[in-house]
Ligand binder design. Structure first.
Ligand SMILES: [Fe+2]
Length: 429
């Protein structure tokens, strides 16, 4: 009988390959991710998914110990479970159980072990840590659009960034993580870029225009269905419609604010809500530093682009409250400058393979195109240093902001004396 059994198995796998099966899930947890919450010193958020009808899921966690002893002390918490079944715009059938769990009551500046899943189907134990409760030095990674050829060409840049920054407190993505809003194969590739690091280094992400889609015949655009199913981002949006796209986090002396730039562009009502909310976050900032991150740049770097409405709407507030940094993506080029002496330093960067030609960049101190970059942002109580590296690990740009007392910060340019890399129209990539 054996050969028949084997033949049967082969026929079955051939059948699987012959039919395009999208979003195929297993009983084991997949797409495991840790996100920062609005209280990063005492809580962390986890998401994952598994095959349809996988039943209840749990997160188990314990303070990390020098040996395997933590396993005996693990606390088990049930996750929220959402059974999702939907068709994507690319006609893929997505069917999975999505799980989300927020653990609270953690000790600041501490290491924890955690795993997710259920009996017989656990993820491996992984390590995470909480933020300190007070202002303390840390480094985070800022990365622009991954968007295309995600696992391979975007992934190698993200993996290099992570290798060069082993102690990154978190990763921050400024939108267009993928190319076609709810394409589930692309989201699968995003998680596959760095499976273990995405599960161990918390992420923050703001949506770009490619996370939004307007279904045929619809009046309004909608956020990729996967966004809220697969991430648990800080829950302090001004209105329900902007949940997990507009939020703030205070991390060791830095207030980070995510704006939903695409919704500002799409809806005057959303723009008004975001601007009013932003002003409160800036006026009530308990931290020494402020960084705003959003997909569309206020100062463009790509040829033919100019976000003049966004700039007019936001810049007066950013200047008034002496925001230190504005981090953006979208333009598939690099630019960094401080167009107004006392205003924020604006940055546009690009981690993925898609490249655009540069536009008029009179506002920049450093610019580049035809390159993939990642940024290390080192924050300490009175100095903030940003270093941009190309994907080969070479320093491309750097500056620091010194702010021992009151704002605005003093800018010190540290860019290397290397030529700017500019992609010409006829250049071969
Ligand atoms: Fe974009």
């Amino acid at each position: 009988m054996r050969p028949f059994v084997r033949l049967g198995a082969t026929a079955f796998s051939l059948a699987l390959y012959a039919t395009p099966v999208f979003a195929q899930t297993s009983n084991l947890p997949e797409r495991v991710i840790v996100n920062l919450t609005d209280a990063p010193a005492t809580s962390l958020a986890f998401n994952w998914r598994a095959a349809p009808d996988s039943g209840d899921g749990f997160v188990e966690y314990a303070p990390l110990t020098p040996g395997p002893g933590f396993v005996q002390q693990a606390v088990r918490l049930p996750a929220q479970r959402t059974a999702a079944a939907f068709k994507t715009r690319d006609d893929q059938d997505v069917s999975a159980e999505y799980y989300s769990a927020r653990i609270t009551g953690l000790t600041p500046a501490s290491q924890y072990a955690y795993r997710v899943g259920k009996e017989g189907a656990w993820s491996p134990w992984r390590q995470v840590r909480t933020a300190a409760a007070e202002a303390k030095p840390f480094t985070f990674l800022y990365m622009g659009d991954v968007q295309n050829d995600i696992r391979s060409m975007g992934g190698h840049a993200v993996r290099r960034a992570l290798r060069e920054t082993p102690d990154a407190a978190f990763m921050l993505f400024t939108g267009d993580l993928i190319n076609r809003a709810d394409n589930d194969v692309e989201w699968g590739e995003w998680f596959d870029m760095a499976v273990d690091r995405i599960a161990e280094t918390p992420s923050l992400m703001t949506p770009g225009n490619h996370e939004y889609t307007k279904p045929q015949g619809a009046i309004a655009q909608s956020l990729a269905r996967q966004w809220r199913l697969q991430f648990t981002l800080p829950d302090n949006a001004p209105v329900e419609a902007l949940k997990e796209t507009v939020y703030r986090v205070d991390y060791q002396g830095l207030r980070l604010i995510s704006l939903d730039a695409d919704m500002m562009d799409e809806s005057a009502e959303s723009a008004r809500a975001q601007i009013a909310w932003l002003e409160r976050q800036l006026a009530e900032n308990p931290g020494h530093w402020t960084a705003v991150f959003l997909h569309y740049p206020l100062y463009s770097t790509a040829q033919g682009r100019d976000q003049s409405e966004l700039r007019a709407a936001l810049q007066p507030l950013l200047d008034k409250y002496a925001v230190d940094l504005v981090l953006a993506g979208h333009d598939h080029t690099y630019g960094r400058g401080r167009p107004h002496a006392a205003g924020p330093v604006y940055m546009v960067s690009n981690v993925g393979p898609k490249q655009y030609p540069l536009g008029d960049l009179s506002w920049t101190t450093r610019k580049g195109s035809g390159i993939q970059l990642y940024q290390q942002v080192e924050v300490s109580p009175t100095r903030l240093t940003v270093r941009a590296y190309t994907v080969d690990g070479v320093l491309y740009d750097a500056f620091q902001l010194d702010k021992p007392g009151k704002a605005p910060a003093k800018l010190v340019d540290l860019k290397p004396a290397t030529p700017e890399l500019i992609l010409r129209k006829d250049d071969k990539q």
